[in-house]
Design a protein around this ligand. Structure first.
Ligand SMILES: *Cc1c(COP(=O)(O)O)cnc(C)c1O
Length: 397
């Protein structure tokens, strides 16, 4: 079978919910991907901010192989070794109190919403609590997560969604304040909006929301699914702000490729929310996924990943600013660490730029608002950045 066969067979069988680029990837090594024709690509997408460690990390691969040979699944009716190890590392790294492992980001959001509602229910036993979410946000595709995703195009065909959701403007404290009622149980937001176009929270905004939550006993849920796990130069993006969430949702780079997510609760929320019978998952906390998480934490520490991102991000920003200044096709750059967006002029279609970059051997993706999104593996070097720059310069200058 050749490339065209794989594409034809996939399109014949797989529900058409994605407009895929005509590339079949077969292998990865470091920051490079190789397609079925052997062509090399420099990857500045990392499988949508997932593959933090880069492809083919030997220790990561060996750990997974070892776990496959030992035990892949047991269910949550029993304990398992990687669950204990992964939980210990995630709790220590976050300074939070309890974790529930899921299989994806959207499930981590579902669990976060359930924990917040249960917390409020235990307080007053009323069943009409409200959650404030942000316009232009993205929290996932399952119905609860979709309900707090501030994007009409994603929501409208699937209504009615879950009730009691109010929307406010991100980075506008007054807008959030105006949505608070006696029924508000939680405020949910991404610390850095990803899909919506790479908007970091402004420090005053995040601090203001935290204070508002403290005043009114409202839980702050931070979605760190995309911006967490080292991407902004901190293990969790909120660590830079000095603001701690009551509940945090993780996924994407948490397993660096193995499907896994988590929602993490602080002590107050953990002690007054979900109990046996309230929530579950057959796969959640499974030994293979947890071995991945545990290994990711080890390798992040060993390879000084957050330090590397903090040290290298200024160079990435400098090169992107240079491009922004020189190119009439780029109007602005936004971002934090290795989560960067180039806002393209209205005359340019981001999809076409992405396709052109692919032809030239550079993988980049898009975000809402005509934004070219760069979320590379967290191990990229200055010379990878130079190579990315020269390819984008060919297209955008
Ligand atoms: C990707 C993403 C999700 C959803 O995660 P899935 O694993 O695709 O369900 C939720 N929130 C944010 C911020 C994301 O980037």
């Amino acid at each position: 079978m050749d490339t065209q066969d794989y594409i034809r067979i996939t399109e014949k069988n797989v529900l058409h919910t994605y407009n895929r680029l005509p590339v079949v990837f077969k292998r990865g090594e470091g920051v490079h991907l190789y397609d079925t024709d052997g062509k090399e690509y420099l990857d500045f997408a990392a499988g949508i901010a997932v593959f933090g460690l880069g492809y083919g990390n030997k220790e990561y691969n060996e750990a997974l192989k070892d776990q496959v040979d030992q035990l892949i699944h047991t269910s949550n009716l029993f304990y398992n070794v990687p669950l204990a190890e992964a939980s210990e590392k995630l709790i220590k790294a976050s300074g939070m109190d309890k974790v529930f492992f899921t299989n994806s980001g959207t499930e981590a959001i579902e669990g976060s919403i359930k924990a917040a509602r249960k917390y409020a229910w235990l307080r007053d036993h009323s069943t009409d609590h409200e959650i404030i979410a942000m316009r232009n946000s993205f929290h996932g595709r399952s119905l609860g997560a979709l309900s707090v995703t501030g994007n009409a195009g994603y929501q409208d065909p699937f209504k009615p969604l879950i009730g009691g959701i109010r929307f406010a403007d991100f980075n506008d404290l007054e807008s959030v304040r105006s949505q608070v009622t006696d029924k508000t149980c939680a405020i949910i937001m991404e610390t850095v909006q990803g899909e919506g176009g790479i908007y970091p929270a402004e420090p005053e905004f995040l601090k203001g929301v935290r204070e508002l939550c403290d005043e009114r006993d409202i839980l702050l849920i931070l979605d760190e699914i995309q911006c967490g796990m080292g991407r902004t130069g901190y293990l969790f993006a909120w660590q830079k702000y000095g603001v701690t969430p009551d509940i945090m949702a993780c996924a994407k780079a948490l397993g660096c490729g193995v499907p896994v997510g988590a929602f993490v609760l602080n002590k107050k929320t953990a002690e007054h929310s979900l109990v046996p019978g309230d929530h579950g998952s057959t796969y959640g906390g499974n030994p293979l996924a947890c071995r991945a998480v545990s290994t990711v934490f080890d390798l992040f520490e060993k390879n000084h990943i957050t330090e590397h991102v903090r040290r290298t991000a200024p160079y990435l920003e400098k090169k992107l600013d240079e491009l922004t200044e020189k190119s009439e096709k780029i109007t602005a750059r936004r971002g934090a660490g290795f989560m960067q967006g180039l806002v393209l002029a209205d005359s340019v279609k981001v999809g076409e730029i992405v396709a052109e970059a692919m032809k030239k051997g550079l993988v980049v993706i898009s975000a809402s608002g005509n934004v070219l999104r760069l979320v590379p593996p967290l191990i990229i070097t200055e010379s990878d950045i130079d190579q990315m720059y020269s390819i984008l310069a060919e297209i955008l200058l």
